[in-house]
Design a binder for this molecule. Sequence first.
Ligand SMILES: O=C(O)COP(=O)(O)O
Ligand SMILES: [Mg+2]
Length: 282
Amino acid sequence: MPTRPGYNLGRSWPWSGAWDCAVPGTISENIAGLFRVALSVITVNLHRQLSAIPARAVIVDLDGTMVDTLGDFVVVLQHTLADMGCHPVEIARVDRAFLELTVGKGTEDLLRRSLAHAWGLPDDDAEVAAQVPQAWRHYQGHYQRLNGQHADVFPGVAEGLAQLAALGLPMACLTNKPTAFAEQLLQLKGLRGHFACVFGGDAFERKKPDPLPLLKTCEALGVAPADTVMVGDSSNDAQAATAAGCGVVLVRYGYNHGHPIDEVPALAHVDRMDQIEWQVRT
Ligand SMILES: O=C(O)COP(=O)(O)O
Ligand SMILES: [Mg+2]
């Protein structure tokens, strides 16, 4: 069928031929065209969901991917802000909704933005920055004491990790949370045994979204980045993994700074970790 002017959306689309039919023409042409479009979209999406992910090693993010830690952050930050002399009205501003948009770039960033939000100041305010070291001292004590008390492992995580372990794929946990807190949380939730190594935001010179932590983690696992896949919940993970040359799979239930995770390119987007079909790369 000849392409009608103004409706050719590009031949690189697998269903682009169908657009030729879905424009002014006979009713049966239009119905047939729309049907072909729907079928193509369903087929492409099914293919994306079901194709196995080849890997020789897997790196898994912690907050928002394995454990829902927002409750811990709320409680710990509220204690921290109280220690910093914040008014109850200021403390109440640092709630679950705010933290869902804020968590993921490490503790220094979290403390700075939480103090700024509580005090109604810009994130880059110099006075706020000067208070961060003091806030960190309070935060550390509270986090150690409360770590995991208001946090739950997401459904499908234990099952997903068990599937990876059964395939014999080496695993590392890579988070922007401080290493000591990550170790403590994984132990507490019975997940630590799956990981050959655990690296936090203080383990390397730079944090995700920089690729350095991914490259260092691949090195520790003894597997090339091209054979390693990161499972994460944010553009932070995707950006770091892609820049390091690793594949990335994204879970839909985590904390992506308020942006739709389906818009972040990945090998797959899943609702549970145990929905990922792995294939040991040979
Ligand atoms: O920023 C944090 O503290 C943790 O974030 P991550 O586990 O998602 O890397
Ligand atoms: Mg995360």
